[in-house]
Design a protein around this ligand. Sequence first.
Ligand SMILES: [Zn+2]
Length: 91
Amino acid sequence: MLDFPRNRVTAVTLGIMQDGGLPHIGCRCVRCTTVHEGRRPPEYAACLGLVDRRGERTAVWLFDATPDIKYQLHLLAAGVQIAYTGQIFTL
Ligand SMILES: [Zn+2]
């Protein structure tokens, strides 16, 4: 579980894979096959989160969010309360 200290700004890497993460859609390479077969966990697409706990309210900023954000937000939500104010990203 992630912990975000008060009075600080924390950068969190929420994914490191390019494009759609691992496995890639329709790919049959060795790396993707090992994920499909359950021998390796999937990896999320690259995304950076910044959690600002310097003020009374926690601010969360997401950079380069992808559809994997539905999984990655759970990582951030473990340490902060996140309020949605509208559309997060546009495909
Ligand atoms: Zn592949």
